[in-house]
Design a protein around this ligand. Structure first.
Ligand code: SF4
Length: 271
């Protein structure tokens, strides 16, 4: 029974989408949301946490699932796709095994979220959601603790593999701001102007001086991106929530850290 680094499973019935949350990362991002909350940020009981001041570093998970436990949990669900996320899924040796099991057993898509520092095993990966933190290497080092050289090289290698890609970056006023966002957009446009780009607003996590961006700032940054890319989406940060989601693990009502499991998915704004 192979163990994994998966500690949390979420599910959105309307989208038929399960999320596997892994633990462990090779970056130490100053704004990493896991410093504040390790569970799914879309869970209803945690929505206010976006605006709250970070108080203390969240405890790491202590219960991890085996592949057979994950398979049994997913068995009960109608699935269109499974997202591998949380922290860095590809650091878990179980990721390729899980992705293959999901393909073979459930016939649905695997979507991998990654920071790009390691080249992922793409054999059973249908789509990559690639996070670019910064193009300016000094800024990247300051934010993550690591150079972005490998990240940018792996970005091109993943693109050249032909796997579907979506790129995300986080807008942080006064830090990863308009100028750096433009550099990110220029880098993406230099590879392919038609790649889908999603701009996310920073919300407070960790011991940082930065504030959340306003919806107007997000809209303005997205409009700048739209001048060079054809598929730009963004979150304003004040969206109503649209789709119900349940927590599959930990289960609602079980004797676990997570007691309430109803939540909603967010709404994405096309520019
Ligand atoms: S890459 Fe993601 S999970 Fe890793 S430290 Fe940065 S924000 Fe956190």
């Amino acid at each position: 029974m192979m163990n994994t680094q998966v500690f949390h499973i979420g599910y959105c019935p309307e989208l038929k989408e399960a999320t596997l949350h892994y633990w462990g990362c090779n970056f130490k991002c100053r704004g990493c949301s896991c410093q504040k909350l390790i569970w799914d940020w879309m869970l209803e009981e945690f929505l206010d946490a976006r605006d709250a001041e970070p108080l203390e570093i969240a405890d790491a998970p202590h219960r991890f699932l085996s592949i057979s436990e994950i398979s049994a949990a997913l068995e009960k669900l109608e699935l269109r796709r499974v997202l591998h996320m949380g922290q860095e899924a590809i650091l878990d040796p179980a990721y390729p095994v899980l992705a293959e099991m999901i393909h073979r057993r459930f016939g649905c898509k695997n979507v991998l979220l990654t920071n790009g520092y390691e080249m992922p095993d793409l054999r059973h990966t249908d789509k990559v959601e690639f996070g670019i933190k910064a193009i300016t290497n000094g800024l990247h080092r300051h934010y993550t603790g690591k150079s972005n050289k490998r990240v940018l090289r792996n970005f091109k290698e993943i693109y050249n593999s032909g796997v579907e890609m979506v790129i995300e970056s986080v807008f942080i006023p006064g830090y990863i701001d308009v100028a750096e966002t433009e550099r990110i957009v220029d880098f993406i446009a230099g590879v392919d102007k038609k790649l889908t780009y999603v701009l996310l607003p920073y919300f407070k996590a960790g011991n940082n001086p930065w504030r959340r961006p306003t919806p107007a700032e997000m809209e303005m940054a997205a409009n700048i991106a739209r001048k060079k890319l054809t598929n730009v989406y963004f979150f304003r940060g004040d969206e109503d929530l649209q789709y119900k989601v349940i927590s599959i693990f930990p289960e609602a009502g079980s004797n676990t850290e997570l007691e309430i499991s109803e939540t909603h998915c967010g709404v994405l704004n096309p520019v």
